[in-house]
Design a protein around this ligand. Structure first.
Ligand code: NAD
Ligand code: AKB
Length: 321
């Protein structure tokens, strides 16, 4: 493997739900100027984004990516640019181009310049034939275009690891729940939107049915899992290195609405499933994360009550500031 041109960090798709939080965490840890945030769009005036270096980059432009890697002395890439499940079902061609094409651009740069890469996968890799609790070894037969691109991403990552020695690491994130940045066009977005609606309007029209149960995780656990995986000695990582299952919480949409009502008694929720119901129905209720626990000591910290308290407290503080 080549020696990387430097030890700075590049984040693709940095303005999204995860990037907003990850860039902040990485800048706190390694220093503001060490982390170069990039995205195909510009930061907006209205939304929060941590202060520090930013430039436009489409992950489909492999040449531009390699030039930034060289010019900016990059050693590690957190590759977050993607089109999520609901947006992907509406625009499958774009989803395939960005998720597969973008990952190839990053892996090619990693091979040419000796970069370490974090590329998240998703519980969307599982399909309707998955058991209710999907294990690491459950066969991957997704029916969504997004899920298929995530399986391809894991396979590509393992190929670049085996053939070229690229240090690729990835997690199969559950639906992530956070309060700073809006969710970015997925099926689990309801579990973020419901909090904003509850705090602002006291009512939410939910696009999945009351009994829809899915694997979820609070953002602080997701950021901690990402940091742990990237910091652990590579010799501890097994064959799941490109897509470790990481478990957080599992609840139904109805259970979440009830927990919010316990804290906001006037809150009401209607359930009117749309096309995203079929996507949700194709995913497991929960996942088992035995290999992540065994290989690098993963353990989530947020249960349902703690996550609901954090979301409501933070959104209320944000609203009043
Ligand atoms: P998001 O949709 O919030 O953000 C994605 C970002 O990518 C956006 O800011 C968008 O502008 C950018 N982007 C789109 N096309 C691009 C291109 N061609 N070049 C550069 N940037 C481009 O997504 P997220 O929730 O932050 O997800 C990040 C990663 O984590 C994705 O790989 C996603 O599949 C994975 N993931 C997310 C969740 C979740 O619940 N948020 C769960 C599982 C996996
Ligand atoms: C989505 O719903 O598409 C994402 C995911 C689980 O990957 N949040």
């Amino acid at each position: 493997m080549a020696e990387p041109p430097g030890d700075r960090i590049l984040v693709t798709g940095a303005l999204g739900q995860i990037g907003t939080e990850l860039v902040s965490a990485l800048r706190n840890k390694y220093g503001k100027d060490t982390v170069l945030a990039t995205d195909i769009r510009e930061p907006s005036e209205e939304s929060y984004f941590p202060d520090g270096p930013f430039c436009n980059l489409s992950v489909l432009d492999g040449e531009a990516l390699e030039k930034i890697v060289l010019d900016e002395g990059i050693g590690t890439v957190f590759h977050l640019a993607a089109i999520l499940s609901a947006a992907g079902e509406k625009n499958p061609d774009l989803c395939h181009r960005v998720n597969v094409g973008g990952t190839v651009s990053v892996l090619e740069a990693a091979r040419d310049f000796g970069l370490k890469v974090f590329a998240p996968s998703s519980i969307a890799v599982f399909g309707p034939d998955s058991p209710n609790i999907a294990s690491q070894k459950t066969p991957l037969n997704p029916t969504t275009i997004y899920g298929k691109t995530k399986v391809t991403g894991e396979v590509l990552g393992m190929n670049y690891f085996k053939q070229y020695g690229v240090d690729i690491r990835g997690l199969r994130f559950p639906g992530l729940i956070s309060w700073r940045a809006p969710a970015g066009g997925g099926t689990t977005d309801y579990a973020v939107d419901i909090f904003h609606a509850a705090v602002k309007d006291g009512h939410y029209d939910c696009f999945v049915s009351e009994d829809t149960r899915l694997p979820m995780m609070y953002i602080d656990d997701a950021i901690r899992a990402t940091e742990c995986l990237m910091e652990v000695d590579g010799s501890r990582l097994g064959p799941s290195r490109a897509g470790y299952n990481v478990r957080g919480i599992s609840f139904t949409a109805g259970e979440l609405a009830d927990k919010i009502s316990e804290r906001i008694p006037e809150f009401t929720c209607d359930f009117n499933p749309d096309f995203r119901q079929e996507v949700a129905d194709s995913w497991p209720d929960d996942i088992d994360d035995g290999p992540a626990k065994k290989d690098w000591g993963w353990q989530a910290e947020f249960d349902l009550d703690r996550m609901v308290d954090e979301m409501i407290d933070n959104l209320r503080k944000n609203q009043s500031s």
